[in-house]
Design a protein around this ligand. Structure first.
Ligand SMILES: [Zn+2]
Length: 498
């Protein structure tokens, strides 16, 4: 089966999906005969840069332009479309031959008049891959381009293109295509293919493609290849990479119920199933955003913000799931924050569309206690034993003692609280001063969790019992190296890490 993105490759500017700003300007230039000698197309992969470059190659040579569109019928158009024209060269700079071509072929051939067409067009894909000497050779040509030459340079990594080259080009920034636009496009293809695909499948594909039209089209191709009479989400999930909608819905429902156990269980399941967690997180954000806009309510904003923060921290994290787990803790355990009070999140409580296979593991632990007012707390009589407070009777507490007893403390906490042990696992005992034990955490949200009265008291009671003396607990935030590096990078790049 021919790849859909090839089969449906636009033959006119009107057919190009999105990129309106680019198309309008280019078509005006083509109509007025003011085409530039060098263009630089930048933007993520798979959003139409090469497609538009080929349309320009056709339009600047077309013998019967039709309102800024190539006619696709004249000899010149046919010549370009056949891919055999000697006057249109397409070079992939990412390949070794591409690099050689630029230096030896292009720079040499550009001086000669076109073989047959009006203009010689050079399309250089992934131009940032060129060697320094190739760039220098190219630059010389761009400084004094022959009248008949048009260069179209395309890159996904603008920062690797020398400023001297950029300054010689007219630059167009290609943008990610919106989910709505991709869905429309996929609907059109589905119709033309005579296929029956549920709309939520198209939506899922569009979301997964992250603005990349080519990825969306190729995913649709795989779905259509399943060759079912009607393609439902259930069938499509065989093909769509495993960030499926059901899991996202289950996760949103768990967050709405502030059920950290279920939510954490789902993250665990997702990892186990090889789900791409950053993508999963984005899908959850997209689902929450849809609901926020549908309800015209800002109540979901803090939840979305913490998930976006988690998404940002996933890059560079050694445990990719950790930022998401922290966001869950923050959303589910922050008891006093009115924004996440149980009742307030009712608006996101979806019909529980939960795939049994997916959440079975999580559901098993549903009965386990979470941090809630109903938590089993140690019997009052056992609280803070009246141990001798005379210093002479009790040896001074030191860090090593506490460390040695820590596993026992951990086990006892585990016996009466489900979430606190998970928090404790991420912390590190850093100091003991007098009767005060200090635990350091890399994330403020864990500090908050331990400092909550109920949790802190429980920890202190258990420590007091295990160590045989009154103990106080202090949680503090210590930045990890990795986190610091990520923060620095974020600052350096102006706060946008994708
Ligand atoms: Zn034509």
């Amino acid at each position: 089966m021919e790849a859909l993105y090839r089969k449906y490759r636009p033959s006119t500017f009107a057919d190009v999906v999105g990129q309106e700003h680019v198309k309008t300007t280019l078509q005006n230039q083509i109509l007025s005969g003011s085409v530039a000698h060098a263009y630089l197309f930048t933007g993520p992969r798979g959003i139409g840069k090469t497609t538009v470059a080929r349309l320009v190659a056709k339009a600047v040579n077309c013998l019967a332009l039709n309102g800024g569109e190539p006619c696709n019928a004249c000899d010149a158009c046919k010549d370009v479309m056949s891919g055999s024209s000697l006057d249109v060269a397409e070079i992939d700079a990412a390949s070794q031959t591409g690099v050689e071509n630029v230096r030896e072929n292009i720079i040499e051939s550009v001086r000669f008049s076109p073989n047959k067409l009006k203009r010689r067009v050079y399309i250089i894909d992934e131009v940032h891959m060129l060697s320094t000497s190739s760039f220098n050779a190219l630059l010389k040509t761009l400084e004094e381009p022959p009248a008949h030459a048009v260069f179209i340079l395309a890159t996904t990594e603008l920062h690797k293109v020398p400023a001297t080259v950029i300054s010689r080009c007219q630059r167009f920034d290609f943008r990610r295509v919106s989910v709505e636009t991709i869905v429309e496009r996929l609907k059109g293809i589905t119709r033309d293919e005579g296929a029956n695909v549920d709309e939520d499948v198209l939506l899922e594909i569009a979301r997964h493609a992250d603005g990349g039209l080519r990825d969306a089209e190729s995913m649709l191709g795989q779905v259509l290849a399943l060759d079912e009479k009607r393609i439902t989400m259930e069938i499509a999930s065989l093909v769509i990479p495993a960030t499926n909608r059901l899991m996202v819905d289950a996760f949103v429902t768990a967050l709405a119920a502030r059920d950290a156990k279920i939510a954490l269980g789902l993250v665990n399941d997702a990892l186990w199933h090889g789900v791409d967690l950053p993508q999963f997180t984005e899908n959850v954000v997209a689902a929450l955003r849809d609901r926020m806009l549908a309800d015209l309510s800002s109540e979901l904003a803090p939840l979305i913000e913490s998930l976006l923060e988690a998404r940002r921290h996933m890059k560079g994290a050694r445990m990719v799931q950790l930022p998401l787990e922290l966001a869950i803790m923050k959303c589910c355990l922050t008891q006093n924050d009115p924004k996440v009070q149980a009742g307030r999140l009712d608006s996101v409580r979806a019909e529980p569309v939960v795939a049994p296979a997916i959440v079975s593991q999580a559901a098993e632990v549903r009965a386990a206690p979470t941090v809630s007012p109903a938590d089993p707390v140690l019997p009052t009589e056992e609280r803070i034993e009246p141990v001798s407070t005379a210093l002479g009777d009790v040896p001074v507490l030191d860090l090593e003692d506490v460390r040695r007893k820590w596993p026992e403390v951990f086990e006892q906490i585990k016996a009466c609280n489900a979430t606190l042990p998970m928090v404790m696992q991420t912390g590190e005992l850093t100091a003991v001063e007098g009767n005060s034990v200090e635990i350091a955490f890399a994330y403020p949200v864990y500090v908050e969790a331990v400092n909550q009265d109920k949790n802190r008291k429980l920890l202190e009671q258990v420590l007091t019992r295990v160590l045989g003396r009154p103990v106080r607990v202090r949680a503090k935030h210590v930045k990890k190296e990795v986190e610091e590096v990520v923060d620095q990078l974020i600052d350096a790049f102006g706060g946008t890490v994708v």
